[in-house]
Design a protein around this ligand. Structure first.
Ligand code: SAJ
Length: 396
């Protein structure tokens, strides 16, 4: 249930390992594209695999669920006002499969979910199908794949599997063992739900630490990249890299699932979100100030190059990207300045006219590095330019 960034690759990989898969998505365009062998998401190597499993008759997409033996809920869990998690898609996907459920079926939620969601869905299932109580298997199993490396990680990562009872955990493990080579770790559903939220909140907090350091170092006149490299020589210190904020659909979202439910307790987790969101605003202000200073000193407007829009290096995924947010702010605030926007991983964009990265860098009076794409590292430092390197291209 759900053929998005996780559901579709999972369906394809499982089908490739011989599982017969019915893929369901409420969006008819997604279903049509998928059945014609075209990938509607961005993931290297996945389209060839999709074509293969469709060709072998192992995978077919539909707009409504078909009678099956196991149901996997892999739909989005966004947040509503006040950063409160919205599990309405999980609930509606569950309601769609309700009439099809039968004794011995497996029902698994993979969507990132607030603690207690699996038990809540079990109650929903048993309240409308009481005859199935104790006769079905219900579990939570979060995904951990890194966008861009999904084919490898879906198979090789360890997974945490938490059933509402031991029999459910066992049944879900048997399913995943068909295509997962990593270890399958057993727990209960609430721990598995919290585990997913914990992993992404941990990374968010660690990045916040690096981002906070970068702001302190800017004020203190210290090279943060050198500082982190030196501090990491300590055997028990491992600081991540600062950047222009945290993007993507996971790390910038999941910590709110903890802080919304435990507002009094989750102080550091909430603060990490603030620090990382604040970093993007800090970067935008730095650029605006550099533009003003250039105008005052040189008596003319600068040409500004904004280097990188993707939410992280070497991908073309712009979802929740802090670089995009910064680009939009600069373009709005500095409407009379010539701004060249660069994203080497995409050909064109509806909102921005894109410029080739070398051309933009060469023309720029102010070069702003937002996303650390590898090709940018071939560019040479220039004392003639103002360079705002927020992601450590030059590490100067
Ligand atoms: N970032 C930094 N500094 C760093 C590392 C990352 O600023 O040192 C930024 C990136 O630029 C990006 C953001 O953090 O904007 C997130 O990137 P990421 O590579 O850390 O993670 P995602 O969002 O691509 O994938 C994460 C992964 N979670 C963890 O590493 C704990 C992945 O394993 C999860 O499956 C995924 O979230 C998910 O779907 O939840």
């Amino acid at each position: 249930m759900g053929l998005g960034y996780i559901g579709l690759p999972t369906a394809i990989i499982a089908a490739k390992h011989g599982v017969e898969i019915v893929g369901v998505d409420i969006n008819p365009k997604v279903v049509e594209m998928t059945n014609s062998g075209h990938l509607h998401i961005i993931e290297p190597g996945m389209e060839e695999m999709l074509k293969e499993v469709i060709g072998k008759g192992k995978f077919k997409a539909y707009t409504s669920p078909q009678m099956s033996d196991a149901y996997f809920i892999v739909v989005p869990t966004p947040f509503k006002n006040g950063h409160k998690p919205d599990i309405s898609y999980v609930e509606s996907a569950t309601r769609m499969v309700l009439p099809l459920l039968k004794e011995g079926d497996l029902y698994v939620i993979e969507s990132t979910s607030p603690v207690g969601t699996t038990e809540q869905m079990a109650e929903l299932i048993y309240s409308s199908r009481p005859e199935l109580k104790g006769k079905m298997y219900i579990a939570y199993c979060p995904e951990r794949v890194l966008p861009g490396n999904v084919i490898y990680e879906l198979v090789h990562n360890d997974r945490v599997i938490g059933g509402i009872d031991e029999a459910s955990t066992q049944k879900a493990k048997e399913f995943y063992a068909q295509f997962v080579q990593g270890t399958l770790h057993s727990t209960n559903s609430k721990t598995a739900e919290m585990c997913k939220l914990t992993e992404n909140s941990c990374r968010d907090s660690q990045i916040a630490f690096a981002n906070e350091l970068s702001i302190i170092c800017d004020k203190a006149g210290i090279n943060v990249w050198e500082l982190i490299e030196l501090a990491n020589k300590h055997p028990r210190v491992n600081i991540l890299q600062p950047g222009c904020g945290v993007g993507g659909h996971c790390i910038a979202v999941d910590p709110y699932f903890i802080s919304a439910e435990f507002p009094d307790e989750a102080r550091m987790i909430a603060m990490a979100r603030e620090v990382n969101n604040g970093k993007a605003e800090w970067c935008a202000t730095k650029v605006e100030n550099a533009i003003l200073r250039f105008g005052k000193e040189k008596g003319r407007k600068p040409v500004v190059a904004l280097m990188g829009l993707a939410f992280k290096p070497n991908i073309d995924d712009l979802r929740e990207s802090p670089s995009m947010q910064i680009a939009r702010t600069i373009i709005k605030q500095c409407a009379d300045t010539e701004i060249l926007v660069v994203e080497p991983n995409i050909k064109e964009h509806q909102e921005f006219t894109l410029t080739e990265y070398r051309e933009a860098y060469n023309c720029a009076d102010i070069a702003v590095f937002l996303t650390a794409h590898s090709p940018f590292r071939e560019l040479e430092w220039s004392d003639e330019k103002v360079i705002l390197d927020f992601c450590g291209i030059f590490k100067r």
